[in-house]
Design a binder for this molecule. Structure first.
Ligand code: NAD
Length: 499
């Protein structure tokens, strides 16, 4: 059985570990590897290697650090096919989507190539008599990232590219369900010229997460995963005196106004609701048609579009989406479909019990459409994270606006309309962090910033862009004076002012 190990100080750890977790091939249900589940001893080794390497890396001028990022980008591009196959084999998303996962992460690497420019500080000459004030951004030291299964390349790259370019050492704790890609990325960082110990991978589950949160030498933790764990990570990390950003779950709504181009909407919804089997924090699992007529017209167009979706193994180039990540997750999704039907939802298309010929043990869930879902239902309140689209009907714009605004999650939302005024009002008033206007998956580009509101994110800085730079650095402000020796007659006992 293949063993997936930690990647510490530029190599595999070879530590004895009595705890392992199965890594499945979601296409056929077989166990394809085991990942070690480490704890404090593996983390201590990672931290020791990071402490040895980080001061010299921080002292390396930012242009040279950026050159490592340029070379890393080249290497990831050169290894794109291999990385996409590896990602798809553990996650189950189709190859083209796996490449998208990697490419989205690479766009943050491109942003990090510009780090010399964005790290420049501020300067005021003559803030007082003979006094200048300037600020500089310095790395935290050692940062850690704890990542979910659903974007095993993009999310580790969101964090690592910015953290490392800013001069930090970075330790990734990937999801134990698809842990191979982060290890390969760390190897490519090393090949690109990053010193050993600056990008490391520790494998594990809750025990490793707790070790990270409690380790006194780790100054900042970035987490992405489900909301209850994000909240826990935030509280425990902050209690230990760390800087923490913790992104959580989502239930993104797509509002469809009566004037929307419904063919376009249906096309967009099919990809946004069912792409990657719905296992995206920016998926659109809820559609809100405004007015009964819009709802009927939309439903009539959605049914054939969903019935035409092709579910296949992740290597099938014709498949729109592949299996979900584990049998347990498949059971959870099917459980939510049953709950929604029991709560009064109308099961228009039922994807439960779907099997793929020749892959009967694969973790497949057929596309599912449920109409007449209401805000009081548990299946609406919670994230399903599968290929399930719920229709919640609204009578008017205000009712539609209230749904995502009042939901516990506030990651992303989209409005489909031809009316610029309605779109502008919606964007200004909706209580959600990322808004799409005729854009179904409004993931901001890498030089903007990513983050939700309410239970979709704990902490006050977002991922990537300047927010990422702020998260992975501390500001130091210097007030300087170079006296010429003449007496200034100041009174040292009074707080200095510029009055
Ligand atoms: P998860 O919360 O199960 O796991 C995330 C990480 O936490 C993993 O590394 C895991 O090992 C660790 N973990 C799991 N249980 C833990 C525990 N009890 N204590 C401490 N650590 C624990 O999430 P997942 O299922 O891997 O990913 C899917 C979730 O992530 C969805 O809720 C999705 O919406 C969310 N997500 C959010 C964003 C975002 O930016 N907001 C992006 C991607 C995914």
């Amino acid at each position: 059985m293949r063993l997936i190990d930690h990647f510490l100080a530029g190599g595999t750890a070879g530590l004895d570990s009595s705890r392992h977790s199965d890594v499945f091939d979601p296409n056929n249900g077989a166990v394809q590897a085991q990942v070690v589940l480490g704890g404090a001893d593996a983390l201590d080794r990672a931290v020791a290697a990071a402490q040895a390497a980080q001061p010299a890396w921080a002292a390396t001028n930012p242009q040279r650090r950026a050159r490592v990022m340029f070379e890393f980008k080249r290497l990831v591009e050169a290894n794109m096919d291999e990385l996409a196959r590896m990602l798809s084999a553990e996650h189950g998303k189709v190859i083209a989507d796996s490449k998208g996962d990697i490419q989205r992460g690479l766009e943050v690497v491109e942003f990090a190539c510009g780090i010399p420019h964005v790290l420049k500080g501020e300067y005021t000459q003559g803030a007082g008599p003979g006094i200048d004030v300037y600020s500089m951004r310095q790395p935290i030291g050692i940062g850690a990232g704890i990542t979910p299964f659903n974007f095993p390349a993009m999310i580790p790259l969101w964090m690592s590219a910015v953290a490392i370019a800013c001069g930090n050492a970075f330790i990734i704790k990937p999801s134990e369900r698809d842990p191979s890609v982060p290890v390969r990325l760390a190897e490519l960082f090393l090949e690109a010229g990053l010193p050993a110990g600056i990008c490391q991978v520790v494998q594990g589950d809750k025990a490793m997460v707790d070790a990270i949160l409690d380790h006194p030498a780790i100054g900042a933790v970035s987490f992405v995963g489900s909301s209850d764990i994000a909240h826990y990570v935030y509280n425990r990390g902050v209690a230990a005196g760390k800087r923490v950003q913790a992104m959580g779950g989502a239930k993104n709504h797509g509002i469809v106004m009566p004037d929307a181009d419904l063919d376009q909407v249906v096309n967009d919804l099919a990809g946004a609701a069912f792409g990657s089997a719905g296992e995206r924090c920016m998926a659109l699992p809820v559609v809100v048609p405004v007015g009964a007529d819009t709802a009927e017209r939309l439903r009539a167009k959605l049914i054939p579009a969903i019935e035409a979706l092709r579910v296949g193994v992740s290597t099938d180039p014709e498949a729109h989406y592949g299996p979900v990540v584990t049998q347990a997750h498949k059971a959870k999704i099917e459980g939510w479909i049953a709950t929604c039907a029991a709560e009064g939802g109308e099961l228009v298309i039922d994807g439960r019990g779907f099997t793929l010929q020749g892959h009967e043990n694969g973790f497949f869930v057929g596309p599912t459409l449920i109409d007449h879902v209401t805000p009081t239902m548990e299946s609406y309140h919670n994230e399903i994270f599968g290929p399930v689209l719920q229709i919640v009907r609204a009578n008017d714009f205000d009712e539609a606006l209230a749904l995502p605004s009042q939901h516990q999650y506030g990651n992303g939302v989209a409005i489909f309309t031809r009316n610029g005024h309605a779109a502008r009002e919606f964007a200004a008033r909706v209580n959600v962090g990322m808004v799409g206007i005729n854009v179904p998956i409004p993931v901001p580009v890498a030089y903007h910033t990513f983050g939700g509101w309410k239970r979709s994110a704990f902490g006050d800085t977002n991922q990537h862009g300047m927010e990422g730079v702020k998260f992975w650095t501390k500001v130091k402000t210097v007030t300087q004076r170079w006296p010429d020796g003449s007496p200034d007659g100041g009174n040292a006992f009074v707080i200095p002012t510029m009055g």
